[in-house]
Ligand binder design. Structure first.
Ligand SMILES: Cc1ncc(COP(=O)(O)O)c(C=O)c1O
Length: 349
């Protein structure tokens, strides 16, 4: 979901941006008008996350999966080097597999299943020679979210994928080497990936790194080595402004906790729906759940749709259901889902 206020602003500015006589889509990315939009968006993101001055913020293309290749190419230094990947679900696994093309990556199993419930596996050690430690803060498909930094990664350059929980919780950027997030879940339209990188990590890319993917080249050119996704960047800026007006990341986090608590409390109180994730590992943005009787899945989805509740089908990897409750989802949306789930359960007991 996008905040309606943002869509309305974009609508009102669509044909003529601030009396300049053209749409943002029609601006040259190097024009004064566009540079102001781009710089303001970056500043607002810096304000939201309190990004320290020794970090660059890049607005790039290629999505989250692009970063699965981009991170090792920029950080591994030599293809004989290794990095540690903490695999906690599908997205960190894909990152690890892509990483293997560029270095001798090591896989650490970061989760285990006990009595049918998935939870953390803390029984591992980070290798002393790891160039960096990689993890995914929120596994969008499996619905598990790391509340803290990975165990034993202190002193290492930590790389984190926050594609699905970006700006839903406070984050101390200074603890990380690289933080990246696709825009399409909590920020704006697809096509934009935001990379926050500590400056001392720039300039050590493998020689095979395509120039558009080289953090240093993009940083030196203010993300405009090639034409950036200008309209997505502009909308991202509107969303950052909206978040600041709403009370910033602290308020986004409060709403995120409120929304997810309503849903989990209901699931836990029910004998019709189940979560397969242990409480301490649960995501506050992606809530997978299963019906006691999986034969009712199709009916559940069809009736949910009739009630205006869409996109509830679980990822094909896991099946079941998944409610994604990103920043722009009002708490009323979750209450409507719970009311529907309750009605459906009562009718199918
Ligand atoms: C956590 C996470 N990382 C990476 C990706 C891949 O993003 P993209 O489709 O932009 O490549 C996704 C997509 O849903 C994701 O949820």
């Amino acid at each position: 979901m996008m905040p309606e206020e943002v869509l309305r602003t974009a609508q009102s500015e669509m044909l003529d941006y601030h009396g300049k006589g053209l749409s943002v889509m029609e601006m040259s990315h190097r024009s004064k008008e566009y540079m102001e939009i781009a710089e303001q968006a970056e500043q607002d993101l810096r304000d939201l996350y309190n990004i320290p001055d020794n970090y660059k913020v890049l607005f790039l293309q290629g999505g989250g999966r692009g970063q699965f290749a981009d991170v090792p190419m920029n950080l591994i230094k030599d293809q004989n080097n290794s990095a540690d990947y903490i695999v906690t679900g599908a997205w960190s696994k894909y990152a690890y597999e892509e990483g293997l093309k560029y270095g001798k990556m090591r896989r650490i199993d970061g989760v285990k299943t006990v009595d049918g419930l998935t939870c953390w596996n803390d029984d591992y050690t980070i290798s002393s020679d790891a160039q960096y430690v990689y993890y995914c803060m929120n596994e969008t498909i499996h619905g598990i979210e790391h509340p803290e930094l990975p165990k034993g990664a202190e002193g290492k350059d930590i790389v984190v994928d926050i594609s699905s929980d970006v700006l839903t919780r406070k984050l101390d950027i200074s603890k990380f080497g690289v933080v990246f997030a696709g825009a399409q879940k909590n920020i704006g339209p697809a096509g934009l990936i935001i990379v926050i990188v500590r400056e001392d990590l720039l300039g050590r890319s493998l020689s095979i790194t395509p120039s558009v993917l080289d953090y240093k080249i993009q940083a030196d050119k203010d993300s405009m080595y090639n034409t950036p996704p200008t309209y997505s960047w502009y909308i991202a800026g509107l969303v950052f402004k909206w978040m600041k007006e709403q009370g910033g990341v602290a308020e986004m986090e409060r709403r995120c906790i409120e929304r997810s608590k309503i849903l989990y409390d209901y699931i836990d109180s029910s004998d019709f729906y189940f979560s397969k994730v242990a409480k301490e590992c649960r995501s506050r943005v992606n809530v997978p759940f299963v019906l006691k009787d999986e034969a009712l899945n199709a009916e559940f989805l069809a009736e949910a749709k009739e009630n205006g509740l869409i996109n509830l089908k679980g990822h094909r990897v896991l099946g079941g259901m998944r409610a994604s409750i990103y920043n722009a989802m009002p708490v009323e949306g979750v209450k409507a889902l719970v009311a529907f789930m309750d009605k459906f359960a009562a009718a199918h007991r």
